[in-house]
Design a protein around this ligand. Structure first.
Ligand code: GUN
Ligand code: FE
Length: 440
């Protein structure tokens, strides 16, 4: 076993933040956590697991390990223009900026460039698991899977499905073609037998998909026992348009329910305008919400009441939603989630704001639960895969200053609010070091 000693921080369902100032963690050859115990047990552990005390990797006092972060909603293809084009509301933004760029991914050289950059960038930012939207193109979507595998990121990859309401003529598919290509994408990706990369059924959203297409995708997800991802109730104009497109459905949620797309493996982005009745349906079905606060503010879409979602016991994670969200960093998602919650508290004095500890849990254990990975990742429980970030506050150029008496909990809080990728000195996925990048 490889053994680390020092400070660790993680979440459990009982406690949003547990800090262990001096702990020992062992990782097996297979990348699993084999022990996680107090530092003072070092003698007995070294005998039980037969390691030399001199071989222990000792962290510095200004270092700690935390679980890798889970980006439950990111458009890899939109990384090409992230940080720009934030001046239109959702539906105009899609037709004006998004669809023209996404239509370029038939070009595999372009795809390779952008997809390599987004995988590298998110890994450096501490995203050990990402749930990606690609584009409608099967080949480029398969390439994204290959690149995630090459760099060792845990990833769900969605070939986007859409057969209507695109104002870019090239950028949509025929209904049958979309189903066939989704089947082909899933089978080609599964055939690669990547250990950590899986396909996810991806209807763009109800506006972009005919009822026939939605039903087909529901069946594909069911027959292959796959995850499903889409968007829901992000913006008021979108909710209104869905009402007009599906007059028989009493709510946006019911559209997805009726087509077999709201299961315990579903991740729906946004949900700003979901009613309490809809949240109850999410809870009953075990479907999850991905909260993307940067995007919601950048596109002036809405403000999700996370407290209400948590009170309904709906599975909840955070997403960057690049490029509606301009930052690919989950640290940004943590900060914006807290900001949004506090902004809502200004309007409603009875509302309990989201604490930084709760946001930390959403970004790690919460995201793992959203993707049904919580028996494998999300914290440092024995038996789980070692998906972790080694954080160092005292690197050259660090944006964080420490002062005498700053305890590990303070150091973590400062990192979450002030830190960046310079402080993330090593990243591990399933025990394998993926940052700094190995030489290929
Ligand atoms: N709804 C449908 N497609 C998209 C997208 O690409 N980004 C966002 N933010 N919302 C969407
Ligand atoms: Fe999105």
């Amino acid at each position: 076993a490889r053994v680390y000693r020092g400070a660790f921080a993680h979440s459990t369902w009982d406690s949003a933040l547990c800090v262990f100032p001096d702990y020992l963690l062992g990782v097996s050859e297979e990348g699993k956590i084999v022990f996680f115990e107090e530092g003072q047990n070092v003698e007995s552990l070294s005998q039980e697991w037969s390691f030399e005390i001199s071989d222990i990797e000792q962290l510095e006092p200004h270092e700690f390990f935390m679980p890798g972060m889970v980006d439950t909603h990111i458009h890899a293809s939109q990384y090409a223009y992230s940080g720009t084009h934030l001046d239109l509301p959702l539906l105009d933004w899609l037709n004006t900026y998004t669809f023209p760029v996404e239509s370029r991914y038939e070009d595999l050289d372009f795809a390779k460039d952008v997809y390599t950059k987004v995988v590298k960038r998110t890994l450096c930012n501490g995203t050990t698991t990402a749930c990606y939207f690609a584009t409608i193109h099967t080949e480029a979507s398969l390439l994204l899977g290959q690149i995630a595998d090459d760099f060792g990121q845990r990833a769900f990859i969605g070939k986007v499905c859409m057969d209507r309401n695109s104002m870019v003529p090239d950028y949509k598919e025929l209904t049958e073609e979309c189903k066939d290509e989704t089947d082909r994408f899933i089978h080609e990706l599964l055939k690669k037998k990547y250990a950590l990369v899986k396909p996810v059924v991806t209807p763009r959203f109800a506006i972009s998909c005919s009822s026939t297409l939605l039903s087909n995708l529901g069946k594909i997800a069911k027959n292959n026992d796959l995850h499903i991802q889409s968007h829901i109730s992000e913006n008021k104009a979108e909710v209104q348009f869905v009402k007009e497109l599906f007059p028989d459905c009493t709510s946006y949620t019911e559209v997805y329910v009726k087509h077999g797309l709201l299961t315990d493996k579903t991740v729906m982005a946004h949900g700003c305008y979901l009613t309490d009745e809809e949240l109850k349906i999410f809870h009953e079905r075990g479907a999850a919400v991905s909260h993307c606060p940067n995007s919601n503010i950048s596109l002036i879409s809405g403000m999700l009441n996370v407290r209400n979602v948590l009170n309904h016991k709906v599975k909840l994670g955070l997403g960057t939603d690049v490029a509606g969200g301009y930052s690919s960093s989950m640290l940004d998602a943590i900060r914006r989630a807290v900001d949004t919650s506090k902004a809502l508290c200004m309007q409603d004095a009875h509302l309990q704001p989201l604490s930084y500890k709760e946001a930390f849990r959403l970004a790690t254990l919460g995201g793992s639960e959203v993707l049904s990975l919580d028996d494998r990742t999300g914290n440092f429980e024995v038996g789980k895969d070692f998906d972790a970030l080694r954080v160092n506050i005292c690197v050259p150029g660090s944006p964080i200053d420490l002062f005498p008496g700053d305890e590990p909990e303070v150091i973590l809080e400062k990192f979450l609010n002030l830190g960046d990728d310079r402080n993330i000195v090593e990243v591990y996925v399933a025990g394998k070091q993926v940052v700094p990048f190995p030489d290929f």
